[in-house]
Design a protein around this ligand. Structure first.
Ligand SMILES: Nc1ncnc2c1ncn2[C@@H]1O[C@H](COP(=O)(O)OP(=O)(O)OP(=O)(O)O)[C@@H](O)[C@H]1O
Length: 244
């Protein structure tokens, strides 16, 4: 088993700093511990994958890391802010300003067009609707679907809907982008394109992207791969361990 380096690197800023993170769920009379004291830093400037068997705790971990699920114990800092120390309102505002999410279900609003869907975070931040729409269209153009801006989600293909969801996650230029299985529904070539795109748009010196994936077709594109087994990180390296 690879040695695990949980120390904060001095050469790159920690986008996420997780210390002693545990998470329990109640199942009837029983308590299941899904995460067992996760200590890890996610570095800015890197594309980090979280991989592991179904049920190993990947979604639970990234949900805690991005402020949508409370840990049972432990601390999570996102760009230095202890997010579970914030009030509910402050946490909502922090997420809105700093984090973009891409889930497997795109969760687009069916009654508004692609551009207005992509503009949602900007409108939530209080930006004027026309200005927000303009920025959203520019992001759609960057994702090569500018010509679909006026279409409703139901008029778009699955891959196009996904690009709208990606545009919505990136439009407000969040410092942290968190994705759960973004390539699961895509063919190999489209999956690589999405990963390349995320690297291009979401990874920079002061920005990070963390992705849960099962998709071994794209493992070579990560800077860093964390393997989770039964709620513990058992591998931390630039490549998948042998045998996976
Ligand atoms: N709200 C919940 N209540 C009870 N148990 C839960 C809840 N959410 C997750 N779990 C349990 O926690 C474990 C880890 O779930 P999680 O979704 O984090 O795993 P995962 O590695 O993302 O799996 P998959 O790859 O199948 O999505 C599973 O056993 C799951 O049943």
């Amino acid at each position: 088993m690879a040695e695990i380096d949980t120390q904060t690197t001095t050469t790159a800023q920690a986008a996420i700093c997780s210390r002693g993170v545990t998470r329990d769920f109640k199942a009837g009379q029983q308590t299941i511990t899904v995460l067992h004291g996760i200590d890890v830093d996610i570095r800015a400037g890197e594309l980090t994958y979280v991989v592991g068997e179904s049920g190993s705790g990947k979604t639970t971990l990234i949900s805690i890391m991005c402020g949508i699920l409370w840990p049972t114990e432990g601390e999570v800092k996102v760009f230095g802010t202890d997010i579970y120390d914030l009030s509910d309102t402050e946490l909502v505002e922090f997420r809105l300003n700093n984090i973009g999410f891409i889930f497997q279900q795109y969760n687009l609003i069916p009654s508004i067009d692609a551009a207005n869907n992509a503009a949602v975070p900007l409108i939530a931040q209080g930006m004027d609707r026309l200005e927000a729409r303009e920025k959203a269209v520019a992001m759609l153009e960057k994702l090569n679907i500018g010509d679909q801006a006026d279409k409703l989600p139901s008029q778009l293909s699955g891959g196009q809907q996904q690009r709208v969801a990606i545009a919505r996650a990136l439009v407000h230029e969040p410092r942290l982008v968190v994705c759960d299985e973004p390539t699961a529904a895509l063919d190999a070539a489209s999956g690589r394109k999405v990963m390349d795109l995320l690297r291009e748009v979401a990874v920079a010196e002061d920005r990070a992207c963390i992705i849960v994936t099962h998709d071994n077709r794209v493992f070579d594109l990560a800077d860093r791969i964390l393997v989770l087994e039964d709620g513990r990180i058992t591998h931390d390296g630039s490549e998948m361990p042998e045998g996976h």
